[in-house]
Design a protein around this ligand. Structure first.
Ligand code: AMP
Ligand code: TRP
Length: 326
């Protein structure tokens, strides 16, 4: 049976990019196998973050998970820091990853290229080691993520092969599962940049009000010319909006392109905004109900217990393999 695992880090306000690239699809995996979805709060510490913000973001993600249709009876939902085995496995596995390969990670280069070495914490450099531990601790076979995370999963696979070559078939080889439509949603103000929790104008945040969402989409940067077609290179703004539309409607890009063939930019944007709101407004309503009821706290508690049960088995297997007496 497939073991499916994914997580989101509570570093900022979640965006439509997170929704389309990750969150929206998690529930579909519930029918395919055993699902583990967690809040990657230890990962959030890899760059400076205010403690109260971290707490609020973590609660929000728990509520977003539930609002997106994850059923705690089918899916194990938990906080990474509640399951200490993540840190323990990391302490072992970090020895099988090399500085050279960690230095090549795009996320590390993006985040730290402009920083001085004396300001870069060890955690952001060692990020892929903890992420590999998250995945391997549950024998995950499938890891749904946006495109930006594929490199980390490839590195996890290298680690598995290296480790198993030395100790036998101990770790399970995972595979990245990238969303077909919307694997990389771009900023609305600069469609050559990824939408990524840091640009209040270019990002649509999942908690934005209806009027704000509409306004952001209506003022999204478009491209020269007046025709609507998909061309990532020459028409990045229009292509991004077409991608958002087809992801929200759950249709093929080609169908969206066909639909808007004779539209003007203004009417096109209005329909994109309608499609986004049609899905996000009920989602926001569910989120609020869950947040107010406080029921997510129970879900996290029960989830951590279940997660620990699975994690213990794998950790023991790894400890035995490398020669730790326990
Ligand atoms: P992060 O915000 O980096 O914790 O990402 C959580 C999940 O959302 C990961 O699977 C990312 O690949 C995905 N994701 C983040 N931003 C985007 C985006 N702009 N487009 C598509 N997927 C995204
Ligand atoms: N690194 C992921 C991100 O930034 C979050 C994450 C941490 C994750 N551990 C994971 C995703 C394990 C999938 C599996 O989006």
């Amino acid at each position: 049976m497939e073991r499916i695992l994914s997580g989101i880090k509570p570093t900022g306000k979640l965006t439509l990019g997170n929704y389309i690239g990750a969150l929206k699809h998690f529930k579909d995996f519930q029918e395919q196998g055993e699902v583990y979805i967690f809040i990657a709060d230890l990962h959030a510490l890899t760059l400076p973050i205010d403690p109260s913000e971290l707490r609020e973001n973590s609660k929000d993600i728990a509520c977003f998970y539930l609002a997106s249709g994850l059923d705690p009876k089918k899916t194990t939902i938990f906080l990474q820091s509640d399951v200490s085995m993540h840190a323990e496995l990391n302490a072992i596995l970090q020895n099988y990853l090399y500085i050279g390969e960690l230095k090549r990670m795009t996320q590390f280069k993006d985040k730290c290229s402009k920083m001085n070495d004396s300001a870069i914490g060890l955690g952001i450099f060692a990020y892929p080691s903890l992420m590999a531990s998250d995945i391997l601790l549950y024998d995950a076979t499938k890891v749904p993520v946006g495109e930006d995370q594929v490199q980390h999963i490839e590195l996890t696979r290298d680690l598995v092969n290296r480790f198993n070559h030395r100790y036998g078939e101990i770790l399970t080889l995972p595979k990245a599962e990238v969303t077909k439509v919307g694997k990389r949603i771009m900023s609305l103000t600069d469609p050559t940049k990824k939408m990524s929790k840091s640009d209040p104008k270019g990002d649509i945040f999942l908690k934005d009000e209806e009027s704000v969402i509409r306004k952001k989409i209506m003022s999204a940067k478009t491209d020269s010319g007046s025709e609507i077609y998909f061309d990532q290179e020459n028409k990045p703004g229009i292509s991004n909006l077409l991608t958002i539309y087809s992801a929200m409607k759950g249709i093929d890009l080609s169908l969206a392109v066909e639909h808007f063939k004779n539209y003007r930019y203004g009417d096109f944007k209005k329909e994109v905004a309608d499609a986004v709101l049609e899905e996000l407004l009920p989602f926001q309503k569910r989120y609020l109900e869950i947040k107010e009821s406080g029921m997510y706290l129970e879900v996290l508690k029960a989830g951590a217990e279940k997660a620990r049960t699975t994690a213990q088995v794998v950790l023991k297997r790894v400890k035995d393999a490398v020669g730790l007496l326990s």
